[in-house]
Design a protein around this ligand. Structure first.
Ligand code: ZN
Length: 248
């Protein structure tokens, strides 16, 4: 019988969660009882995701953005209802935030780099002492990269202020807009991140760099999706991706 403790221990180790400083309380956030037979994978811990996972008969949800962060002080309002729903329905919640951004096999960023077939991958985008993203080399055009992203259902809100020919790309999934200065510092022609920030417009223009905002959600489905075959194979459980996209 597969229990939540076995799966959580395996993921903690595989994702090295104890060695990565993060405002997310990574790991098992809400426990449950009994056997795990089906795992749902999602980007966000939210009511809609929980209800879809319960309907799909999942006993565990593995998410990128969990419910419990350093800032959580009270179980009130929607947070109370979220946690009550999980406990009432015996649905466990496991979260992996930065560990699933930066992981060199399963992480959101390496998956995006692989999608764009970047070569000579290097750790990029430092937060505390850890690199979250990746940079790599290529020989393509901005338009071809946009097409590739669009073909995967990703957003391509773009600031086309750099060269049309792209040799070096830097990537940080999700809310990495502020890190655009690090992309300029390494001489990237293109910086890809999830969510837009206003100041990046003039900064990119004045530093001749292209920036594509591909959606916070769309750049962060990759990590949890990469864990699906891993857990399916290891624990012989059913798996399902619970798709609840956001507008930003
Ligand atoms: Zn995120």
């Amino acid at each position: 019988m597969t229990t939540i403790k076995q799966i959580a221990e395996f993921l903690n180790k595989e994702l090295n969660i104890n060695n990565i400083e993060d405002s997310s309380c990574n790991g098992l956030q809400v426990e449950n009882e009994g056997e795990i037979t089906k795992i749902g994978f999602a980007v966000d811990a939210c009511q809609e995701t929980f209800e879809k996972a319960f309907k799909a008969k999942c006993n565990l949800l593995v998410v990128h953005h969990g419910l419990i962060w350093d800032s959580l002080k009270h179980l009130k309002g929607s947070t109370y209802h979220n946690i009550k729903y999980l406990i009432t329905n015996n649905l466990a919640l496991y979260a992996s935030h930065l560990p699933l951004d930066l992981h060199e096999k399963y992480g959101n960023n390496v998956q995006l780099a692989n999608l764009l077939q970047l070569k000579d991958l290097r750790a990029f985008g430092f937060y505390h002492d850890k690199a979250i993203g990746f940079s790599g080399s290529t020989d393509t055009t901005l338009e071809k990269i946009k097409k590739k992203l669009q073909n995967q259902g990703m957003k391509t809100l773009s600031l086309d202020f750099g060269p049309k020919e792209i040799k070096k790309v830097a990537i940080i999934s999700g809310g990495g807009a502020k890190e655009v200065y690090q992309a300029v510092a390494i001489g990237a022609d293109l910086y890809i991140t999830g969510e837009p920030l206003h100041f990046v417009h003039h900064f990119a223009k004045e530093n001749n760099i292209n920036v594509i905002f591909s959606g916070h959600y769309e750049t962060e489905v990759w990590g949890v999706k990469a864990l699906m075959p891993l857990l399916q194979e290891k624990f012989k459980v059913k798996v399902e991706f619970i798709d609840v996209p956001t507008i930003v």
